[in-house]
Design a protein around this ligand. Sequence first.
Ligand SMILES: O=C[C@H](O)COP(=O)(O)O
Length: 215
Amino acid sequence: MFVLVNLKAYAADPVEIATVAHDVADESGVRIAVAPQTAHLERVAETGVETWAQHVSPVEHGSHTGSALAEAVADAGVVGTLINHSEKRLKLADVDGAVNAAERAGLETVVCANNPDQVGAAAALGPDAVAVEPPELIGGDVSVSQADPDIVEDAVAAAEAVDDSVDVLCGAGVSTGEDLDAAGDLGAEGVLLASGVAKADDPRAALTSLVEPLS
Ligand SMILES: O=C[C@H](O)COP(=O)(O)O
């Protein structure tokens, strides 16, 4: 299972969480990555943790002020990127453009989607993975794998029907080892989570207990 921790714009210390994630990944053998704010990418990558961007822009080198150029993100030590997160929605053409930009720069891609229909559409764009996240469960206390297991199973089927090489992650409300276990049982290859770690009083304890079933 892949555990992708999105720090969003939370007030968490990105280097502290990155260091914790690196340690827990080492100790548990579980693949754990951290996606901080763009301005923190380089410092997070320097901790040695697998570092992801929260977004890349569908642009090439050129006159694109304010963009997150995929090549610049990769230069910061990043290996993958979220695209079309629920809090950073893009038009379909721009999702396609961002996937192409990321691939051009050698970044792994996870395209986010609200539901199984969107998962099928996202899978058709050829990312490495899609992540299904019901927006109403994001930031809540109940995980998608417990609250809406059907959406995870349907997302897995939708991606498989389009391209069985595209992995499916699920996210929203994931915070415990039980949530992670349930996600795996439903066919997900990983989880995308944020508040369960970024807002935890003790991020080390939160991550350690999250991956405990896999260790
Ligand atoms: O990117 C992460 C997801 O939006 C899930 O956020 P959450 O774990 O706070 O529900």
